[in-house]
Design a protein around this ligand. Structure first.
Ligand code: 6PG
Length: 223
């Protein structure tokens, strides 16, 4: 794991977007398709705003949520909604989103279909993750029902997690899929998340899920 400290969040967003665009372009030189997994939450928006204008063949890129709140896409809490509005616009509008949520279906019943649609996009070419102050990443929350399954070495590509601290059930990419990405970025803002990451390094993944995906991870941090 290496950490890049930035002077401010704007510098971070521009530089990280350029890095991700360059990595996707390199994959597209050598492969027919590339895949990019991105988080929800409040952190990635400015990165999406810079990345969506990148000049690359977005028609050959599939974009995958690292996790999804189990709500319809018109819900303000939907990650698919955030990704469509902030990333799949401008030049990146040509990319293909692999959404997770399906109406009228319990998340457990949707896993097989999600896994089937994800299969052509794996292993992930580029991964962008966020992290909570509780050291969760994607929707793998320490101690939550389903998190042990999401952390298991033999986990499938997606798992259902039901965190008590969150208003809705989650579907998340699992640790093996996240950790297996070819290029990995973790973006965190603020001193408390920096301290949480330092703390995570001293804990096992079941207590600090972000610990499960830090191999060859580049951490991007700004105050
Ligand atoms: O669905 C989500 O919310 C994200 O995928 C989640 O893992 C997020 O990255 C962290 O919770 C940090 O959230 P903030 O960026 O809002 O601090």
């Amino acid at each position: 794991m290496n950490i890049i400290d930035y002077a401010d969040r704007d510098m971070l967003a521009i530089h990280l977007a350029q890095l991700i665009a360059g990595q996707l372009e390199t994959v597209l030189f050598n492969h027919e398709h590339a895949s990019l997994a991105v988080p929800g939450g409040t952190t990635p928006g400015p990165i999406f705003d810079a990345l969506c204008a990148a000049t690359l063949d977005w028609s050959r890129v599939c974009v995958i949520p690292t996790d999804e709140r189990w709500v319809p896409e018109d819900d303000a809490r939907s990650n698919a909604r955030l990704i469509r509005s902030r990333l799949l616009t401008s030049r990146a509008a040509k990319a293909t989103l692999v959404p997770f949520h399906r109406g009228g279906v319990e998340p457990e019943a949707a896993l097989a279909d999600i896994a089937e649609r994800l299969a052509p996009c794996l292993p992930l070419s580029v991964l962008l993750l966020g992290m909570g102050e509780d050291m969760h990443t994607a929707s793998i929350f320490a101690g939550a029902p389903g998190s042990a399954e999401a952390l298991a070495a033999d986990a499938g590509p997606v798992a259902v997690v039901r965190p008590e601290t969150q208003p809705e059930t989650r579907v998340t990419l699992t640790a093996p899929v996240l950790d297996g990405a070819l290029s990995k970025h973790l973006v965190i803002f603020g001193a408390s998340k920096r301290a949480a990451l330092e703390r995570a390094l001293t804990l096992p993944p079941e207590d600090a899920p972000v610990q499960a995906v830090l191999t060859d991870m580049t951490v991007h941090w700004a105050e």
